[in-house]
Design a protein around this ligand. Structure first.
Ligand SMILES: C[S@@+](CC[C@H](N)C(=O)[O-])C[C@H]1O[C@@H](n2cnc3c(N)ncnc32)[C@H](O)[C@@H]1O
Length: 370
């Protein structure tokens, strides 16, 4: 390190220390400290409201703590068409409700209550969330390990949890580049602090709105060149109602990808238990501001449009290239599929609608018989 580097580092450290002092004065109800994990610095604030914020950036920490008093965190980075999420621990939040079902620790009483109320209508939601997370691991492992994909755009990654896209991809190919995009500032703050790349690869975290795929692609292009790459849309498209044209969003993302690229989807469905899932969905939509829409097999297949499906096609999530029998022994209300832009897949064309409907019906019978 040169003398100039030393001076700059000392100046930055002094500025950070000053800002920490200022934050402690401005937010006296929080305990605020810094951790250095082998060169990865993170700042942590623990209090009652919100109870913990973790971030690699002091500016973001201030914004998150200010957000607890009702300020919008993401207004500056959100496209005008999208509702800017607010940091409000009293309002159930999609990523935190999902974290409850996954059994991770980042949630508040309001999130837990919503998670429990939804699970009371459809207990399988817990197995569904876990099966969905396992699918994410399998599909990224398949893409990195068997298809040689080294660039991933993961939209709606949720709060950091084991088996994140970059961790799975970089365990196979350390040089993998991963861009995470979420419309939620809390998700991004946690991701920046906790999801760290290998030295050879890259992890980028962007604020973005799925309803604006062009803006996402433009921002992600700073890290990805969209030659053989994969877009991951795991458990996020069901946050787009039909009015927001989810098929158009998928088509816009797919259009940016070179031949040999992939698009992975998982999506909530009511096919296997229409009444129970409808009442679970009604409970979710009554409590969580981000509304959710279940779709049938034909509708989920329709989102993929004209892309070629990789075998086995759009199937119940635990049946997508399983590496073991379903762990949880109950059905999951989620479909999963992988499409490719090459036409070089196990299924040469999109499943015709009638066949898709049959598969949905068959899966429904099978699932309800389990
Ligand atoms: C259920 S979590 C899914 C997490 C992860 N993809 C998985 O499958 O394990 C949904 C994530 O999508 C994000 N999300 C929801 N609607 C979104 C939108 N319109 N644009 C971007 N992200 C969105 C939420 O903030 C949350 O992080």
């Amino acid at each position: 390190m040169t003398t100039r580097d030393n001076v700059r580092q000392a100046t930055e450290t002094a500025a950070a220390a000053q800002e920490m002092t200022a934050l402690r004065a401005d937010f006296p109800d929080h305990e605020i400290w810094r951790e250095d994990d082998g060169g990865h610095v993170r700042y942590i604030a623990r209090g009652q409201h919100p109870h913990t914020v973790v971030t690699a950036d002091l500016g973001e920490l201030r914004t998150a703590l200010s957000g607890a008093s009702g300020q919008s965190l993401a207004a500056a980075s959100q496209p005008a068409s999208s509702p800017a999420p607010r940091f409000d621990p009293a309002t159930p939040h999609p990523a935190r409700v999902y974290a409850c079902w996954l059994g991770s620790k980042d949630h508040y009483p309001a999130d837990r209550q919503a998670a429990q109320q939804v699970a009371a209508c459809r207990p399988q939601v817990v197995a569904g969330a876990r099966a969905n997370r396992e699918f994410l691991g399998r599909v990224v492992r398949y893409l990195a390990g068997q298809r040689g994909v080294r660039q991933f755009l993961d939209i709606g990654p949720g709060l950091p949890a084991p088996g994140a896209t970059h961790a799975v991809a970089q365990a196979i190919a350390p040089e993998s580049r991963v861009v995470y995009v979420d419309n939620d500032p809390v998700v991004l703050a946690h991701a920046r602090a906790l999801l760290t790349s290998t030295r050879e690869g890259t992890c980028q975290y962007l604020a973005g709105e799925l309803r604006d795929p062009e803006a996402i692609l433009k921002a992600a292009a700073q890290t990805l060149d969209f030659t053989q790459s994969a877009v991951i849309l795991a458990a996020v498209l069901h946050f787009l109602p039909d009015a927001d044209d989810p098929a158009g969003v998928v088509a816009a993302l797919a259009a940016a990808l070179a031949p040999g690229s992939f698009l992975a989807i998982s999506h909530l469905t009511a096919d296997f238990a229409p009444e129970a899932v409808s009442s679970a969905m009604a409970a979710y939509n009554a409590l969580v501001p981000a509304q959710i829409t279940a779709r049938s097999h034909a509708e989920v297949t329709g989102l993929i449009g004209r892309l070629s499906l990789v075998a086995p096609g759009v199937v119940p999530v635990s049946e997508w290239r399983p590496d073991h029998a379903p762990l949880h022994g109950v059905s999951a209300d989620v479909y999963a599929g992988l499409a490719t832009m090459s036409g070089n897949s196990g299924i040469s064309r999109r499943i015709p609608d009638r066949q898709a409907r049959d598969l949905g019906r068959k899966a429904g019978v099978k699932a309800s018989a389990r």
